[in-house]
Design a protein around this ligand. Structure first.
Ligand code: ZN
Ligand code: ZN
Length: 221
């Protein structure tokens, strides 16, 4: 199976990760072909101890064939940042929705939920943890196939770090690019990884909070 590396995260950088045993690193790989049922790459998770990793290849192996260019990530260094986000407006109860409507600035009062979802709720881009980005579907919790506990988001693999409606989330150092009128072809500052899943969507990986041995799940959102 020609797996290729997608993400490598250290617990020291992302304390939100909950590794099993002595592991201190998460590696996410995927098979860069469209798989049933939703025509997505098949992901695999490896929890490892960084100290136990011996020889490291200088260059990741290149697949000899992929279904789409967007399945081969451009190597990137991460600069993880801790942020607070909130559930999508579809997950809020009626009282909470009213509160959001009251609290959102006058100028956005016509569409308070849209403003809330784009600027305060789900942060766009690659992230660990956080809330599911509903909207394409209504909220539908995912349950572990082994123990039936509700699964929690582990990692979001995003096509875009931000878009027009969410560029307020762009990192400070990318702000000028995020608000610029355009960009060079194939140089979208919101797509540093050059990954594309679905049609400019995100793939969110879910894990069972009870046991890392239980199979993970993914969903295009
Ligand atoms: Zn495959
Ligand atoms: Zn489970």
């Amino acid at each position: 199976m020609p797996m290729i590396p997608v993400a490598q995260l250290y617990v020291r950088d992302v304390p939100l990760l909950r590794p099993p045993g002595q592991a201190d690193m998460l590696q996410v790989l995927w098979c860069p072909y469209d798989h049933e049922p939703f025509a997505t790459p098949a992901t695999t998770l490896f929890w490892r101890c960084a100290a136990a990793v011996g020889d490291v290849l200088a260059v990741p192996p290149q697949p000899y064939e992929v279904n789409r260019d967007g399945y081969v990530p451009e190597p990137c260094h991460l600069a993880p940042e801790a942020i607070t986000e909130y559930p999508h407006s579809l997950e809020l109860g009626p009282e909470m929705r009213l509160m959001v409507g009251d609290r959102v600035d006058d100028r956005d009062a016509d569409y308070p939920e849209q403003f809330y979802d784009g600027n305060l709720a789900n942060a766009p881009g690659w992230k660990v943890g956080g809330w599911p980005p509903w909207g394409r579907t209504d909220p539908a919790p995912r349950h572990c196939s082994v123990c039936e506990v509700q699964m929690v988001p582990l990692l979001t693999i995003a096509t875009f770090e931000w878009d027009y409606g969410t560029r307020g989330w762009a990192p400070y150092e990318d702000e000028a690019d995020a608000y610029a009128a355009g960009h060079r072809a194939d140089q979208n500052p919101a797509q540093p990884t050059k990954v594309e899943v679905g049609s400019g969507d995100s793939m969110q990986l879910y894990v069972c909070p009870t046991s890392p041995e239980h199979p993970h799940a993914d969903r295009i959102q």
